[in-house]
Design a protein around this ligand. Structure first.
Ligand code: SF4
Length: 287
């Protein structure tokens, strides 16, 4: 196990009160595996990543519980100088605007290759071959031909893939990037994980109405001219998260029990979980 986040809790102390930005999040990533975390703004995905990276603004943010085990070490108990070393050498965070993270005057091959020449002492020729391999791995077409191009010659989604090739954690609104690059997905809502599953299972049939809403909001070529689906309402105010299932005010399948009982993460199958009392019905409806 490369990264194991256990029951992470993050609060923001504001003048209006305490906002529970991350509320008991657990997930894990194996070496060589890519996890995509999905959710609207304010769902807690970026705050979780900032907590993992050790770049949370404190105050107002405070990690109030949980563990972040990275290669066997609990990052939350490391001294800041050790933490900084891990961050510099072993972790990277890719922001949505990948253009600002890439150097505009170096080719993508030079930037990807730098990881191997500087950190692993490889020759430039070998490093370039590794850069092409990485570009293939994140599904950039014609990688051999494009390795000598500059960042502005790639689309936004491609630039993000290039950054993913350099990093570990992916934060995106682009579900096309997710489908191509990720092995598994964690969907977050109101600071909690509401569904986790291998990427293809989720795309085939989501087991949570919120995931279904996110997927139905993607424009599709075969539905040209039709109105785009949008999940009704807005994400909740984290100072006043609704009782029961936090998604109930927006959920088309909500029942009375959803307004009172918070759903646990039910096991759908050994690799898949959903925090919906009606995950079976949701799954059947999506098939
Ligand atoms: Fe919707 Fe109820 Fe499931 Fe929440 S628990 S997602 S409100 S059906």
């Amino acid at each position: 196990m490369l990264l194991d986040v256990r029951d992470l809790q993050v609060e923001f102390h504001t003048r209006e009160g305490v906002a529970k930005a991350v509320n008991g999040v657990s997930y894990s990533v194996d070496a060589g595996e890519t996890l995509a975390v999905l959710g609207e703004s304010g769902s807690g995905k970026s705050v979780t990543a900032q907590a993992i990276m050790g770049i949370l603004d404190t105050p107002p943010g405070h990690i109030t519980g949980g563990e972040i085990i990275f290669e066997g070490r609990d990052l939350l108990t490391l001294k800041e100088d050790r933490r900084r070393k891990v961050r510099g050498a072993e972790m990277a965070m890719i922001f949505q605007d990948a253009l600002s993270s890439l150097n505009p005057v170096l080719t993508v091959g030079e930037q990807l290759g730098e990881m191997f020449t500087v950190h692993r002492g490889m020759s430039r020729k070998d490093a370039k071959a590794r850069a092409v391999e990485l570009m293939d791995r994140v599904r950039i077409p014609a990688a051999t031909a494009r390795v000598d191009q500059y960042p502005h010659q790639f689309s936004g989604g491609m630039r993000q893939r290039i950054m993913i090739a350099m990093g570990l954690i992916l934060i995106t609104h682009d579900l096309g990037v997710v489908a191509d690059v990720a092995d598994k997905i964690a969907v977050m809502y109101a600071g909690r994980i509401v569904e986790t599953a291998p990427v293809h299972d989720i795309y085939r049939a989501p087991a949570h109405p919120y995931t279904r809403g996110l997927l139905d909001s993607i424009p599709r070529l075969d539905q040209k001219g039709q109105e785009l689906y949008a999940i009704k309402g807005l994400p909740p105010n984290l100072l006043a998260i609704p009782p029961g299932c936090a998604f109930h005010p927006r959920c088309p399948l909500a029942q009375p029990v959803c307004t009172t009982d918070e759903p646990p993460l039910y096991e759908v199958d050994p690799r898949r979980r959903s925090a919906c009392h009606f995950w079976k019905e949701t799954l059947d409806g999506a098939r």
